[in-house]
Design a protein around this ligand. Sequence first.
Ligand SMILES: [Zn+2]
Length: 94
Amino acid sequence: MSDPSSLLAPIRKRVVTYRDHGTPGLHAPQDRARLLGALDKVLAVHEPVDALMNPGRHERVVKVCTGCGTDDGNWQRWPCPTVRAVTAALGEQA
Ligand SMILES: [Zn+2]
């Protein structure tokens, strides 16, 4: 499997190259599609799912991440750090 950074490098180079041009580079539509496709796949791994906490008298349903866990083996509450990072980068606090 390729290192994601090395896959992003040529796209990043084209972004920098064409940043100051009035017209996008020839690869811009393909680059956008690839980046959005990659982000969609990341978010698909980190979908929320309902989980029952404290079964019994004090039970409650919480959202947990399907792709993350915690160091102590528990579910990671959703939004997980990955989803929070993506939404923050897109301009919204999760
Ligand atoms: Zn996650």
